[in-house]
Design a protein around this ligand. Sequence first.
Ligand SMILES: [Zn+2]
Length: 369
Amino acid sequence: MDKKRIGGDAHGCAPGEIEFTACELADAARAQAQAQVQQPPQAQAATRRREVVVAGKRVRTIDVHAHCVIPEALKLLGLKLEDQRGPGIGEVGARRLAEMDEQGIDMEAISINPQWYRAGRDVAEQVVKIQNEKLAAFCATWPDRFVAFASVALQFPDLAIQQLEHAVKKQGLRGAAVGASVAGVEFSDPKFHPFWARAQDLGVLIFIHPQSTPDLKSRLKGNGWLENTIGNPLDTTLALSHLIFEGTLDRFPGLKICSAHGGGFLPSYAPRSDNCLRVAPEMDAGVKLKKKPTEYLRDMYYDTLVFTSEALRHLAAEVGSDRLVIGTDHPIPWQSQSVDHILNAPGFTDEERIAMLGGTAAKLLGIKP
Ligand SMILES: [Zn+2]
């Protein structure tokens, strides 16, 4: 069985060689981290850094959808670096910064796709510990270029709560990156309520990233990489629909959720959700929602990885431009023109573009001016 598909990185993320040792934000660890990347930060001066300007003002651009993996943690899961997808993450220091500079991305919020949801408690605990320590060290090395989402072992909600609290309060991480289910268990399941409650209390962002829909594996085979093309946006669509229809978002109205890939298919065909139970009232399970299903879309956030100006226009029309943040999927080469995608799409005001480019993300991630 393809562990990568089951485990969570259906669209694929490359192996990395972020070989930092365990630490929090200590100076010694920081020095070591700098020594172990292939090129020190100063060397980046040689790369031309694109500075994004809107209406004569420099805008700090922030990408909420960028990946890495930690080889040491992968090993604990029995996964191989070479099976992971994505170019260049092994040169995460110099190469990543140079690509960000070229693309006009000032900051990335890095996340690790959860491939540990089927792991036992001890392994999952160890994997998360290693990853969060290394992400924290990485961010401390370049505090003006990177923040990170914590990994959490959501299959053990009590443990995930501890991990989130530690990551946010002690390690400076800015929220948590999760899949679109926990190995097939929907986020709307009551067992996760305590985790959403804690995330809501902490005021941190939850970044939802799909892991394909392994239940449909047989129908997604063949040409077209449908496990990703369809499987990933469908996974996100299912997650968000359950959070809406099961009343989870009513229960946690302050929970901040940001979905990758523009929220999958949901915003593209949102009005259907408002009409399903009218057509078939016998399918109503008795969950009394406080508002129309589509109205919840405007309570959440989405990245702008939707490729065309028309798709961006429609996404903004359904969810509001104030709910959109840059998502590049770096280093997966889906989109190298994320900034121009926003700058060139017709119909947005300067204020809207500034918010999408980085203003909204800065607020969500607690990034100071
Ligand atoms: Zn991604």
